[in-house]
Design a protein around this ligand. Structure first.
Ligand code: FAD
Length: 562
């Protein structure tokens, strides 16, 4: 049942067996998994059906040093469905190596393994609507070419790993009916949690304080699950201080908010092929029409031998295309920029977004006007594919271009000094301290990106498949500039990391917060390392894993009472 209009009184207390805070992919996946169970579940959404200025404002925060991270409200959505209302839909599972302790990556190693998550990954694939859980291109498309670029694959560099694309699923819209029809799941719209409270200073969370349409409620539950996203999970724990936990819940060892990680991605190197017929860089579609695309990856032995962080490459738009910009890319840029300006929710934001985008917008619009005429049929076709229910994920570069950009997405190494903390001066409309991002990269992050490029370039040059533009010193400069103006693309990882040792983690292998008997965390904040994969498929798989644990736990308790 979804409760939109309520008759609650100021100070009233609601009760549940499990209270889930949040309504993004993590929270909704858990709720769906608990549907039909004997547990009474109450989900607190922290937003409305759609984005509102007031709710987005709750996400504002600060960034230190300025510019080193996007504004904190930019890549998150405080609404029903959470950030899945804006996500792109790229789905990739973590690989077995991501869960292992690697001697060359300090603080690596999850307490759980890939095999623990595997059954839940399969169910997560269903929820994300990405077809069969098959990420090996050679098994998924046995009749297609075997490599992205014929002749390049080797023992140390392979191109069979696939990414699969969700339509993309908006978890709020897609699963609203299932939640409405549920007898044991209650969803409270516009309910914002302000703090988690322990009674008599015990180690049990007794209730959360909730703001709902101008009144304050308490929600009591046997168990609480925080599923408010990678930044907000840490913020809520840090803001919930008690006499026993003066620096926040779960923060006995000063780990909450620390080890904040993102993915380092970009396009620097560019390749020109001697024989374009050897290339297979298009999207492929499976039987259900799911868009899939291949990527280059360095298998475990290569990562170990060269002490690399997990990294992938695929072909994308080059930064320079024979001195000209790609018309398809420019058209997309113009369309997206205009929509982005028009979708701003206040005049001030329209003006500031316009100012930010205007120089590039002009450049791309001139390119479309000058060179776009012959590409009009392609543009119309691609426009229609982008508007389809299962949409084309993104525009690939035109086949007419000589140069392709080499897109990389790399793991960031765990780093205690990279963190989310509370602002000492800024508060939101409810009086809660705002979050502050202090994202910090290590030398190892840069060196691994340089080394993976060097390895790729060596393989490419040895096989004599084309030209590659690559100068190591320029890559370093490019990476430095990206660090100074970083955009996380919403991959917010590690701030309540999982560990078997309370000294080095915030949650245990069951995602239960250390020091508290009944508080759990779901979402990418629990990932101790981030791999190269976009996080949502793993967020959903882990949320299902956690829901299963809570169900089993409940059943065992009932059996021990009977
Ligand atoms: C433009 C864009 C593109 C993306 N593309 C991809 C992609 O291709 N692949 C991929 O894997 N990921 C992608 N992502 C990231 C993806 O959206 C997130 O990983 C995912 O939504 C995280 O799920 P979550 O449930 O943990 O958090 P969220 O989706 O952020 O949900 C958090 C929920 O918590 C609620 N909440 C917050 N604070 C409170 C509070 N105090 N009280 C109550 N409720 C609260 C919010 O209202 C929201 O419902 C993209 C993100 C963006 C912005």
């Amino acid at each position: 049942m979804i409760i939109t209009k309520h008759t609650f009184q100021e100070g009233e207390t609601l009760t549940a067996d499990i209270c889930i805070v949040g309504s993004g992919p993590a929270a909704i996946s858990m709720a769906l998994s608990l549907d039909g169970s004997p547990l009474r579940v109450l989900m607190l959404t922290g937003g409305s059906w759609t984005e509102t200025i007031a709710n987005q404002d709750l996400y504002r925060g600060s960034v230190s040093p300025a510019g080193s991270h996007e504004s904190l409200e930019e890549n998150r959505r405080r609404q029903f469905g959470g950030t899945s209302s804006a996500w792109g839909g790229r789905c990739i599972p973590f690989e077995p190596i991501d869960f292992k302790a690697r001697s060359w990556v300090p603080d690596s190693g999850w307490p759980i393994s890939y095999d623990d998550l595997l059954p839940h990954y399969q169910k997560a694939a269903e929820l994300c609507q990405i077809g069969r859980y098959e990420f090996d291109a050679q098994a998924a498309f046995p009749h297609s070419k075997r490599e992205i670029l014929e002749g390049l694959d080797s023992e140390s560099l392979v191109s069979y790993p696939l990414e699969r694309w969700s339509p993309p699923v908006h978890f709020g819209k897609t699963y609203r009916a299932a939640l409405e029809n549920s007898a044991n799941i209650h969803v409270l719209m516009d309910a914002h949690v302000l703090a988690l409270k322990t009674e008599n200073d015990s180690s049990t969370v007794s209730h959360v304080t909730v703001s709902l349409g101008g009144i304050t409620l308490s929600v009591k539950a046997n168990k609480f699950v925080l599923a408010t996203g990678g930044i907000e999970n840490a913020r809520l724990l840090l803001a919930s201080t008690t006499d026993r936990y003066p620096t926040g819940l779960g923060n006995q060892h000063d780990n909450v908010g620390r080890y904040y990680m993102v993915h380092f991605s970009g396009v620097y190197a560019e390749v020109k092929l001697y024989d374009k017929a050897k290339l297979m860089a298009d999207f492929e579609r499976d039987n259900g029409g799911v868009y899939c695309r291949r990527r280059w990856w360095f298998p475990e032995p290569t990562q170990e031998a060269h002490k690399l962080l997990n990294t992938i490459f695929f072909l994308y738009h080059a930064n320079t295309t024979n001195g000209h910009r790609d018309v398809l890319f420019s058209s997309r840029f113009v369309a997206k920029s205009v929509l982005s300006i028009l979708s701003q929710k206040s005049i001030n934001r329209v003006v500031s977004k316009g100012k930010e985008l205007l120089p590039s917008l002009k450049e791309h619009a001139v390119n479309v006007a000058k060179n776009g005429f012959f590409e009009i049929p392609d543009l119309i076709k691609l426009g229609l594919q982008r508007m389809a229910k299962r949409r084309l994920p993104y525009l690939l570069p035109s086949k007419r271009n000589d140069y392709w950009g080499l897109y990389f997405q790399a793991e960031q190494a765990p780093n205690r000094e990279s963190r989310i903390c509370l602002s000492s001066s800024q508060k939101d409309a409810f009086g809660m301290p705002r979050a502050e991002a202090q994202l910090a990269f290590l030398e190892a992050d840069i060196e691994s990106i340089v080394d993976t490029h060097t390895l790729f370039v060596q393989e490419f040059r040895t096989k004599n498949l084309g030209e590659i533009r690559y100068v190591e010193a320029d890559l370093r400069q490019y990476l430095k500039e990206r660090i100074d103006t970083y955009n996380s693309a919403s991959h917010h990882i590690g701030t309540t990391r999982m560990s078997d040792d309370p000294q080095t983690g915030v949650v245990d292998r069951h995602a239960k917060v250390y020091g508290l008997t009944n508080l759990y965390v779901a979402g990418s904040s629990i990932f101790p390392t981030g791999g190269h994969a976009n996080p949502t498929l793993t967020i959903v798989a882990h949320a299902l894993f956690l829901a299963n644990h809570l169900k089993v736990n409940h059943k065992n308790k009932e059996m021990s009472y009977s």
